[in-house]
Design a protein around this ligand. Structure first.
Ligand code: DI6
Ligand code: FE
Length: 430
């Protein structure tokens, strides 16, 4: 149904000299996701005009002023589908070498994620594979994962380091993340996660590793302009709140915003620590306390829910969604795409899991991958909404209602994406 024109756009013979928009998207319903009080910020029978990289007009087609629509350079006919903001996957670890399919089998036989990590596997096994890969090999190994996200409507993706755990490999991962963004024309936000695990060569020298991270890695990443934020894994198998605070202090000294893997496997004071540093986000939060949620609200820190990890690890302790709502914490959703705990390459599957496993509404799940995810990356107002002035990063879906984006399991109704005003066709598999 509703096939868009073959190459995703059509040269119209309208006269360019009238100074019309570069791109006009018509015959669509728009889930603007703007915070209008209306569910999904819906505009039925809408029209969107784009000049250069920016949205210039959004509204009902019947209300469009003549000068807005006339003389469009290109027209994208949505053929009755739904247009949403391009999806934002605000938490991934998609650059790595190898897989952990062997550990998947070990877990199925009863060994826990934590036991595997303590036995020297887990993150460390991906570190070993990633350290031996060249920049080009890492790029080639990771590219399909980013393509998979892009094919599901993702136009902005955050990518963390954290499988290098030495200066060279951490920086190499960030360079690969940058290259992938350039190659695939997807906006990439890069996060330094050198405090992901203790590397084997520092086994009995925790302080020395933290000295390296705080003294050298953060400074080099900042100096080489490779990083937009700093993250840490605050957990019994990783780093204590006091150790993460050291990493945060180094980030703050370089004027970098911070984020935290918090309270994923145990109540560890992660949410409170994130709030204390006014972190952009606290992620996972399965074991966050009510006080932790209150602190996040007061700090304006976004809760990023990662149901792929919860599902993959067979967890049963759900994040306190009701408390997050009650305290007014902004809720985002992401894939956590990584080889160990969340080999999830579909943002729509993450949204479905957020609904089925965590009890989010389909609207909350879509907001969690659009409007609510933007501030996590410092991109509020720039992406995540279909509004005049925002970047023209959009996704066109072959669905009858936006709730279907969370409803189907394993389908991909994405027909096309617009990235920075450029139309890209996607086959979709619905
Ligand atoms: N939490 C996660 O879910 C990922 N990292 C983290 O701190 C898992 C990373 C891995 O197992 O490779
Ligand atoms: Fe993660």
């Amino acid at each position: 149904m509703r096939k868009i024109c073959q190459d995703g756009r059509r040269e119209d013979d309208l006269n360019r000299e009238t100074g019309g928009p570069d791109l006009l998207i018509r015959n669509v319903h728009v889930a603007t996701m703007a915070d209008t009080g209306e569910a999904y910020g819906v505009v039925r029978d809408g029209l969107v005009a784009v000049a250069g990289r920016r949205i210039t007009w959004v509204g009902a087609a019947r209300a469009v002023p003549r000068e807005v629509a006339a003389g469009a350079g290109h027209i994208l006919d949505g053929e009755g589908g739904w247009l949403t903001p391009g999806l934002i996957d605000c938490h991934t670890h998609l650059v790595f070498a190898g897989t952990r399919a062997g550990e998947f089998e070990m877990r199925l036989r009863g060994m826990t994620y934590e036991a595997i990590a303590r036995a020297g596997g887990g993150i460390r096994s991906t570190v070993a594979a990633t350290r031996t890969a060249t920049e080009e090999q890492l790029c080639d190994a990771s590219e399909w994962r980013m393509k998979a996200l892009a094919a599901h409507g993702v136009t902005t993706v955050e990518i963390k380091s954290g499988y290098g755990l030495d200066v060279d490999t951490e920086l190499r991962m960030l360079r690969v993340a940058r290259t992938l963004g350039e190659r695939l024309a997807v906006r990439v936000s890069r996060t330094l996660l050198a405090a992901h695990a203790l590397p084997p060569e520092y086994q009995d020298r925790r302080e020395a590793y933290l000295d390296l991270v705080c003294g050298t890695v953060v400074a080099r990443a900042a100096a080489e302009n490779l990083v937009h934020a700093v993250d840490a894994f605050c957990e019994g198998i990783a780093f204590t709140p006091a150790e993460c605070a050291r990493v945060f202090d180094a980030a703050v000294a370089h004027r970098l915003p911070v984020r935290l893997h918090a309270d994923q496997l145990s109540p560890f004071g992660g949410a409170e620590l994130a709030a204390r540093y006014r972190a952009r986000s606290a992620d996972h939060l399965e074991y966050a306390t009510d006080a932790g949620c209150r602190a996040l609200a007061a700090a304006g820190t976004t809760a990023v829910l990662l149901p792929g990890a919860y599902y993959t690890l067979g967890e049963s302790h759900r994040p306190p969604v009701d408390a997050l709502r009650r305290h007014g914490v902004r809720i985002a959703v992401a894939t956590d795409l990584n080889p160990g705990s969340s080999p999830v390459t579909s943002p729509l599957l993450a949204m479905n899991m957020a609904c089925v496993l965590f009890g989010l509404t389909p609207e909350e799940a879509l907001a969690g991958m659009t409007r609510q995810a933007a501030p996590v990356l410092g991109l509020e107002g720039e992406v995540g909404v279909v509004s005049p002035g925002a970047c023209a990063d959009l996704a066109l879906w072959d669905v009858d209602h936006p709730s279907e984006l969370s409803y189907w399991i394993g389908a991909n109704p994405c027909r096309a994406v617009v990235r920075g005003g450029e139309v890209h066709d996607h086959p979709g598999t619905r």
